[in-house]
Design a protein around this ligand. Structure first.
Ligand code: 5GP
Length: 348
């Protein structure tokens, strides 16, 4: 664990609201109690968000909804962004791609105010913490295609922004995989790519996803795959997907604790990490929702090392794979690679 803590790590799959530590949630609850007084619903809320336990993916989405009710102002968004960045920096993360769904809450916050608050905080934290941070805006498939188009048109405004240019590097597609169909989102993904955004898509997260997985891969729309839990299942498609992903070197974001706690894999040893790493395929070890699943990136590296007998050299390779999978322009990636390599060489 100590060695994993020292690794100069790159986190590519971290949902902002899912990454809140207990301390942050407590601060937000106190602020809510000041605003509303202590109510029964706040007490039952505390039960809903209790961290750590295993629960299915559907139940986790109830936790996210509850957390969202606390992060409904620019002040709250600034606070959570600041705390999450500082926590990743303390864990030895040198480069962080945060992702979040911009929310429009009438009378409280607009999507633009939401994204501005995240980006402003990122800039401030990069001045004081030893970490580089970039943003992906998330399209939540549960919110419908109209909402996704509005998120994309907002994201475009940041491409040539005088203050925030270069900070919003991609689009993530996430949200409850049992809601909506990714096929309906393909025109949006095509448009996003045309604008120059990189795409990270949660793919094959549940069993009933063959058609949409096929469509996304066939259209060559994905730059990184989130989870990919059911990609290799013996359903007649596994081999086809595997060949396509291997041929195109599409990196896969691996979130061990998340997959185990949502019961989408049976054990760490049976996790698909084993198959892909055996094939030397590019992988990025990630936390997904470090708050909800009670983990850290250090811990995720440790879980992989322990369950798959990884050597120090293997761990170094994983850090470097993650650098290559980052959505940075090549000049910035060169700087990051150099920095990570230098730190790794000091660990030898
Ligand atoms: P937010 O976008 O509000 O900052 O972060 C929480 C959101 O991320 C959730 O509401 C959900 O849309 C998305 N999310 C977090 N974890 C997962 C996951 O494991 N799978 C999927 N598909 N979406 C997730």
């Amino acid at each position: 664990l100590t060695y994993c803590k020292k690794l100069p790590k790159v986190e590519l799959h971290a949902h902002l609201n899912g990454s809140l530590s207990d301390g942050t949630v407590l601060q937000l609850l106190e602020a809510k109690e000041k605003e509303l007084g202590s109510t029964d619903s706040l007490s039952s809320f505390k039960m809903t968000i209790s961290k750590g336990p295993e629960r299915c993916l559907r139940e986790c989405f109830r936790v996210f909804e509850a957390l969202h009710s606390l992060t409904d102002s620019q002040e709250a968004i600034r606070k959570i962004t600041k705390n999450v960045i500082q926590e990743f920096a303390e864990d030895g993360v040198r480069y962080l791609e945060l992702r979040t769904t911009p929310k429009n809450i009438p009378g409280k916050i607009t999507k633009k105010e939401y994204v501005d608050a995240v980006l402003e905080t990122m800039i401030n934290e990069m001045k004081t913490c030893r970490i580089m941070v970039r943003l992906l805006v998330s399209v939540d498939r549960g919110r419908g295609v109209g909402d996704a188009w509005s998120t994309l048109s907002l994201a475009k405004q940041y491409l040539d922004h005088d203050v925030f240019k270069g900070l919003l590097v991609g689009i993530d597609v996430s949200g409850n995989p049992n809601k909506g169909n990714l096929i309906d989102y393909i025109p949006i993904l095509k448009e996003a790519k045309k604008c120059g955004f990189k795409l990270a898509v949660h793919l094959a997260e549940v069993k009933s996803c063959v058609e949409e997985t096929d469509a996304v891969l066939e259209n060559g729309l994905v730059d990184r795959i989130g989870h990919g839990t059911y990609l290799l299942k013996n359903n007649g498609y596994g081999i086809k997907y595997q060949k396509k992903i291997l041929k195109n070197f599409i990196p896969i974001e691996i979130c061990m604790s998340s997959n185990l706690k949502t019961q989408s894999v049976r054990s760490f040893e049976k996790h698909h990490f084993g198959v892909w790493s055996g094939l030397k395929h590019p992988l990025a070890i990630c936390t997904d929702d470090k708050g909800v699943y009670c983990t850290t990136l250090t811990n995720e590296y440790y879980i992989c090392a322990k369950n798959f007998n990884l050597s120090e050299q293997d761990l170094h390779e994983l850090c470097l794979y993650a650098v290559e999978a980052a959505f940075l322009p090549s000049s910035e990636k060169d700087i990051l690679r150099q920095m990570v390599k230098e730190e790794l060489s000091k660990l030898m």
